[in-house]
Ligand binder design. Sequence first.
Ligand SMILES: NC(=O)c1ccc[n+]([C@@H]2O[C@H](COP(=O)([O-])OP(=O)(O)OC[C@H]3O[C@@H](n4cnc5c(N)ncnc54)[C@H](O)[C@@H]3O)[C@@H](O)[C@H]2O)c1
Length: 328
Amino acid sequence: MADAAEGPRRRLAVLAGQLGPASAIRSDQTTAAASTLGAQPCAAREAAGGPGPLLAGQVALITGAGKGIGEAAAKLLASHGAAVVVADLDDTAAQLVADAVQEAGGRAVAVAGDVTDPAFAERAVGEALRVFGGLHILVNNAGYTWDGVIHKMTPEQWSAMLAVHCTAPFRLIQAAAPAMRDAAKAEVEQEGAARPRSIINISSTSGTHGNAGQANYATAKAGVVGLTKAVAKEWGPLNVRCNAIAFGLIDTRLTRPKEGGESIVVGGKAVALGIPSADSYWSAIKGQIPLRRVGSAEEAAGAILALASPLCSYVTGQVLEVNGGSYM
Ligand SMILES: NC(=O)c1ccc[n+]([C@@H]2O[C@H](COP(=O)([O-])OP(=O)(O)OC[C@H]3O[C@@H](n4cnc5c(N)ncnc54)[C@H](O)[C@@H]3O)[C@@H](O)[C@H]2O)c1
């Protein structure tokens, strides 16, 4: 008779993503797989001959990975063993990040393009399959702000935010369905369990709490939450997790003083980025954030890694607020 604990052990091992075909998993291997759940640093685990990095054997597609949070996430996920598709509107920035990952000993490929282009999603997913042979982690991160008070907001401002923050992630998840949902379904049918797969959609505290001057962005980032929960319910039975992260103030060009003159060119139009007044920016930080500082892009990336990793194998359909304790 089969060991009663064998089923759960095997499932844990597959969840941890360190093993071969489900049929080849032995109970002694589950101990090794489960040890990846410990806090041992990646290099130390490898030096000790342990089961390897958190994302070993996984392929991650990260949009908006040329700068800011996406760049930090591409580098961090690669350092934990993932092969990374670095997708960005800015082809130079994307290539620089891919080069940096490779120079650090990781695997990466750059894909240039606008996520709002209807053809982009299929092309980006196609690159993941062509270059790395699969797709296990999708991070819908590309985005920007185009602020204005609601009584002056143009239809173009409104539509642009829905296009980049809602329609683009929808298309990418749909394009990823064969590599994520269908592949998982085949594994369940053939091997009894599916390997870990994870989608992370980047939202904002503007979406979860609202923000004056951002009716378009807040609406779009709230939409991301609904998309996340729907996908979590549809694909959860196939071990494809889907979570959102609502960032608060993270130090990137989106939150630096507007006087710095940063802008993004989308569809041939330049949109100014940043927060208008440095004074109100800093007083908001000091007054409202319990940790009394903005977060770094690297700290933001840490939350992405955590949700993508086996450490969060039982977390799906959630919105993780990464905001220094604001809005408690
Ligand atoms: N910085 C924050 O405080 C903060 C807070 C909440 C949410 N966010 C969200 O985090 C995500 C990343 O923002 P960031 O702060 O790192 O900004 P960023 O400007 O530093 O990086 C965003 C990247 O996305 C790319 N991008 C933008 N529009 C694109 C498009 N249409 N197609 C392809 N690439 C595109 C940009 O070229 C850039 O490289 C965004 O979705 C943003 O809304 C940021």
